[in-house]
Design a protein around this ligand. Structure first.
Ligand code: NAP
Ligand code: F7E
Length: 340
């Protein structure tokens, strides 16, 4: 039985990957950090909470990382743990540098000492491209990160490459573009939109507030992405791969896809910070701009070229952005209706 260690198993990707690996006969160890609230909701939703062996873990604490790796001696390690919300990274740049950047080398060093044969995956990100130098972005596109989150992830990316080149470790990075699901954290824009619109559809009058709705992303489904991530570690040689859909939508488009799935028809009125989304059926303002949600430096548009993953791994995304928005909007509507 292969042993996989997933850091950040309580997060979106960790939960989907754990389910995927359990279905393939892996023994899955998942890391949990101490919290006042025992948070395994996503594992419960996927029905796998009993199948994952939870281990105490904190990316800032080398002794704890070493202990986990020495005890488990995993065959595969998927490093998903991170402070993953870009918006908060300006408020805690040092913590983010420590956890998202130095946390990676703490794991690599521990693997080198206690499980040198283990295959390692690092969760790199399209945020590293930031102010993009070319479109679409591929594995060779230079990085220009625009947030402390992106900067820390560049360190994590290069230190993973460095350990591969220095010590021959089977260490790979997935440069993943945005991927979402009904299990997405509620602060990320897609889930914020689907939850907000579902709430309004069920009768709540308070408008949904958003920041830069002209920002554009290449949005895919997390369930598709974890399969590509697993494929990377099944290759005879370690390497880095872009996972993306190659299609771009704006935040504004995503609002319309989600609204459409809930039978709502939105008309935009006004411009800039005064722009409003009006429900054509009721005439009510259901969307407003809040300038406080603008970021100090924005990533305007991202679009990934996943041809290397397609050719080498045989990976293709299956879910398109409209289907994704519909899946998330309906899930949030059902969830909130049950709670009402
Ligand atoms: P997520 O839902 O925010 O999950 C992050 C996980 O990391 C959670 O389990 C969290 O634990 C854990 N964590 C945070 N800080 C930690 C610390 N100091 N020590 C130990 N664990 C810690 O993120 P996700 O969307 O699944 O993303 C997974 C990874 O892929 C992240 O590294 C993210 O940066 C990267 N990524 C994501 C995307 C995307 O679109 N989803 C794209 C590219 C890259 P708690 O539950 O206790 O908070
Ligand atoms: O923002 C704009 C915001 O927070 C997307 C993480 O998984 O993907 C994610 O990072 C866009 C940005 O995701 C709101 O300004 C407008 O342009 O959903 P997000 P992100 O920053 O792209 C990358 C690949 C990762 O690696 C990260 O871990 O939407 N936007 N209005 C808003 N964003 C939020 N959150 N909230 C708003 O109200």
């Amino acid at each position: 039985m292969k042993k996989a260690l997933i850091t950040g198993v309580t997060g979106q990707d960790g939960a989907y990957l754990a389910k995927f690996l359990i279905e393939r006969g892996y023994k899955v160890y998942g890391t949990l950090r101490r919290n006042s609230h025992f948070e395994t909701e996503r594992l419960e939703i996927l029905g796998i909470q009993r199948a994952v062996e939870l281990v105490d873990f904190e990316l800032g604490e080398i002794s704890c990382i070493q202990r986990v790796i020495r005890d488990v001696v995993p065959d595969e390690v998927y490093n998903f743990a991170a402070q993953s919300f870009v918006g908060s990274s300006w408020a805690q740049p040092i913590y983010v540098g420590d956890v998202n950047g130095l946390g990676v080398v703490r794991i690599l060093e521990s693997l080198r000492n206690f499980a040198p044969e283990a295959k390692f995956y690092q969760a790199s990100t399209s945020e590293m491209f930031g102010k993009v130098r070319e479109t679409p972005q591929n594995e060779n596109t230079p990085f220009h990160p625009r947030s402390p989150y992106g900067v820390a992830k560049v360190y994590g990316h290069f230190i993973t490459m460095n350990f591969r080149e220095s010590f021959g470790m089977h260490a790979s990075c997935g440069i993943c573009f945005n991927h979402e699901s009904p299990l997405r954290g509620v602060e990320f824009v897609t889930r914020k939109i689907t939850r907000g619109l579902a709430r309004i559809k069920l009768g709540d009058a308070a408008p949904l507030e958003l920041g830069n709705i002209d920002s554009k992303r290449d949005w895919g489904f997390a369930g598709d992405f974890v399969e590509g991530i697993w494929m990377m570690l099944q290759q005879p040689k370690p390497d880095d791969y872009v996972l993306a859909t190659g299609k771009v939508s704006s935040v504004r488009d995503f609002v319309l896809y989600a609204a459409n799935a809930l039978g709502m028809n939105i008309e935009w009125q006004g411009q800039g910070a005064s722009e409003r989304g009006i429900d054509r059926a009721t005439g009510n303002t259901i969307l407003a701009i809040n300038e406080k949600l603008y970021r100090p430096a924005e990533v305007d548009v991202l679009c990934g070229d996943f041809s290397k993953a397609r050719t080498t791994l045989g990976w293709e995304p299956k879910v398109d952005v409209r289907t994704l928005a519909e899946m998330m909007a309906k899930s949030d509507y059902d969830l909130l209706k049950r709670l009402k």
